[in-house]
Design a protein around this ligand. Structure first.
Ligand SMILES: *Cc1c(COP(=O)(O)O)cnc(C)c1O
Length: 368
């Protein structure tokens, strides 16, 4: 039997593949390969999808965070509160912007920032909170908007895992000062290489990022800012335009799989992270369970032909360059425990019902 993997791009529809090949040919023949009409069109389509006025393509998700923080004027010595349970890129972007990351603890049910811990991390130098919508679930935006506005600091959204998540019809990426998007191939909306985007309601921030992504240039050969090279290329934008109409169908499939797991997984030693009351909040980038014997569960699944990965085994404060990182004075105990016990099960749109059942049966048969 074929292995059940975390992603299976080769199982995508032939019609999609054909359209992607045609899009690449169109771009190559056009002779315009970086920041051209495909990028502009994709920016408009993604902006419309999010219902935000401004989207700017950039090189990747990490750059989108750095560009946005720099556009906000955050720099040396400014503190930015974020989570230890995220891709390293989130914190690396804060560091690259010149700011000082401060880690708050997480909520055990969502593995996302705990607003009470965020509150404890706030000091006189705090300028922003980077909320990561982890595993595809929209985080505690209302609570953190309240904290941010009371303190006069910015809320920022790392949306790299949350394409299409929303609450009350309002999309992830439109709650904070800006949203940062990654279209790395494994994300819910992915390119065929690196790609990213920045979304915002502020024309001023958008203008700043437009310059910063292109060496800080405003008018050709004029550089009022020290920017970076983080441009989106035409082939990736064209691919994203072909893939975007599939996103809702893929999200629906991910939700159906997550619902089946939630109903079907029944094991005293395996806790499924609770699904939100409003299904539209979660786009199930990853389906995560918590198990005190996580390594053994992973091996058990592997032996039955099922891949399972850990997101994330090493929290940020245990990464070598981050051991002295500032943090909640009460510690990061929930993040420690989550990192030690979490396991992500396969949850991708090309999975068949049979494969979903196979995963459920395998988890339930775990000899704990
Ligand atoms: C993938 C990811 C990033 C980084 O995106 P890249 O495009 O790989 O730079 C940032 N934050 C989170 C939460 C991610 O999952």
């Amino acid at each position: 039997m074929a292995r059940i993997s975390m992603n299976d791009f080769r199982a995508e529809p032939e019609a999609l593949l054909q359209a992607e090949v045609a899009a690449c040919e169109r771009v190559i023949r056009s002779g315009w390969w970086v920041l051209g009409p495909e990028v502009t069109a994709f920016e408009a389509e993604w902006a419309q999808r999010l219902a935000v006025p401004h989207v700017l393509g950039c090189g990747n998700g990490m750059d989108a965070i750095e560009l946005g923080l720099r556009a906000l004027g955050i720099d040396a010595g400014d503190e930015v509160i974020t989570t230890p349970m995220t891709a390293f890129a989130t914190v690396l972007a804060v560091l690259r912007a010149g700011a000082v990351p401060v880690l708050a603890d997480i909520d055990p049910d969502t593995a996302m920032l705990d607003p009470a811990s965020v509150q404890r991390c706030i000091g006189p130098r705090t300028r922003a909170i980077v909320l990561v919508h982890l595993y595809g679930q929209l985080g505690p935006v209302a609570e953190l908007q309240r904290v941010a506005s009371t303190q006069g600091i910015h809320l920022v959204e790392d949306c790299a895992q949350a394409h299409g998540a929303s609450v009350g019809g309002v999309a992830a990426g439109s709650f904070g000062a800006f949203g940062a998007w990654s279209f790395y191939p494994t994300k819910n909306l992915g390119a065929v290489g690196d790609a990213g985007a920045f979304s915002t309601g502020s024309a001023e921030l958008a203008d700043k990022v437009r310059a910063l992504r292109n060496y800080g240039q405003t008018v050709r050969y004029h550089h009022p800012h020290l920017g970076m090279n983080s441009r989106l290329d035409e082939i990736q934008a064209a691919i994203l335009r072909v893939r975007l109409p599939y996103l809702d169908g893929w999200t629906a499939r991910r939700r159906a799989i997550a619902t089946a797991y939630g109903r079907g997984i029944d094991h005293a030693a395996v806790r499924v992270l609770p699904l939100p009351a409003e299904p539209e909040r979660h786009v199930h980038h990853l389906f995560v369970v918590v198990c005190a014997q996580r390594e053994r569960l992973q091996q058990h699944l592997n032996q039955l032909g099922i891949d399972a990965l850990i997101h994330y085994p090493v929290p940020i404060h245990h990464q070598e360059p981050c051991q002295a990182i500032q943090r909640d004075p009460l510690g990061l105990l929930v993040a420690e425990s989550h990192a030690a016990n979490c396991l992500s099960l396969p949850c991708h749109p090309a999975m068949t019902d049979g494969q979903v059942d196979q995963v459920i049966t395998a988890v339930n048969a775990f000899p704990a």
